[in-house]
Design a protein around this ligand. Structure first.
Ligand SMILES: NC(=O)c1ccc[n+]([C@@H]2O[C@H](COP(=O)([O-])OP(=O)(O)OC[C@H]3O[C@@H](n4cnc5c(N)ncnc54)[C@H](OP(=O)(O)O)[C@@H]3O)[C@@H](O)[C@H]2O)c1
Length: 281
């Protein structure tokens, strides 16, 4: 069985490849990237013929690159919006046309039109495209990466304030490494066809708990969505990212990201990392 991984030079992709190489012969992996020349750095032991171009914006080339792939990890792209939906639909269609049988897709928790997180719309659309495609699929609904809390906690430690719009909401942060381990387990395992997995950390964490990790003196400053967005824009973040971060905060406040699952332990055999472990690593 041949496993393909899109976005293999990305952070998640690289971790998945490293994990798979502990269990699967290099000859059974096909790595895809918009920058195939960088794939030798990711895994030099994978034959050059299996390090291929994979840009969802070029579906014909992508279809050719997917030749021989049975199971594909489709890693969602990194710019939120309608263009991403189109790119993902291209990838699903290329997989179908190339004869891939099973697509494993990285999604977000609780894809539902009522979820205020703006990133959710893209994932809902891609999940629907996969359900309609005739392919078998697995949805890895990864919660927010614990790793991404490190810079905001460093900033909170420096300023003494953790500014947030999440209110009393809690998030079941999961480490990127645990997301990768689950993806690798699904890709090389059996019985995951047409299953939805909520991939979470061991507990749902509030802003107050996060602030404690930044330092004993750090205060939580609760603001509304408009003030939170304004602060991020003032700090120089691009508009699109501000909207993504603000609406994930809204979703957290409303409880959309708080569900905790046992998926990491069930599929990998080891306990998920806590936010505290990730940020202190
Ligand atoms: N759970 C969370 O908290 C969280 C946070 C941020 C993002 N995400 C999502 O999870 C994904 C993986 O996370 P990450 O940490 O690995 O992000 P990352 O390091 O920024 O990687 C971005 C990925 O998108 C791929 N990509 C971008 N445009 C593409 C295109 N046109 N065709 C094919 N691939 C394309 C890149 O592949 P190449 O460069 O190799 O082509 C790369 O794998 C992200 O892309 C995003 O959808 C989740």
């Amino acid at each position: 069985m041949t496993i393909g991984i899109t976005g293999a030079t990305g952070q998640l992709g690289g971790l998945v490849v490293a994990d798979l190489l502990h269990h699967v012969p290099a000859e059974e992996l096909v790595l895809l990237s918009r920058s195939p020349e960088k794939l030798a750095d990711v895994a030099p032991q994978i034959p050059e013929s299996q390090r291929r171009a994979g840009d969802f914006a070029d579906p014909a080339a992508l279809e050719a690159s997917l030749a021989g792939v049975d199971t594909l990890l489709l890693i969602s792209t990194d710019v939120v919006g309608p263009e991403r939906q189109k790119l993902h639909r291209n990838a699903v269609e290329a997989a179908r046309a190339a004869g891939v049988s099973h697509v494993v897709y990285t999604s977000v928790p609780r894809t539902d039109p009522a979820n205020p997180a703006i990133a959710g719309a893209d994932h809902l659309d891609t999940e629907q495209a996969l359900r309609d495609s005739g392919l078998t699929w697995t949805f890895l609904r990864n919660n927010l990466y614990a790793d991404l809390q490190r810079p905001s906690l460093q900033q909170a430690a420096a300023s003494g304030q953790l500014v947030t719009n999440v209110g009393d909401g809690r998030t079941a942060y999961v480490s990127r490494a645990d997301c990768a381990a689950v993806a690798a387990a699904v890709l090389r395992g059996t019985g995951h066809e047409n299953r939805v997995y909520d991939v979470t950390g061991p507990e749902a964490v509030s802003a107050l708990q996060l602030a404690t990790l930044a330092g004993p003196e750090v205060q939580v400053v609760a603001v509304d969505d408009a003030a939170y967005s304004a602060g991020l824009l003032q700090a120089g973040l691009p508009e699109g990212l501000v909207e993504v971060l603000t609406t994930f905060g809204t979703a957290t406040r409303e409880g959309w990201l708080e569900d905790v699952s046992t998926v990491v332990a069930d599929l990998t055999g080891r306990a998920p990392q806590s936010v505290s472990e990730v940020v202190s690593a």
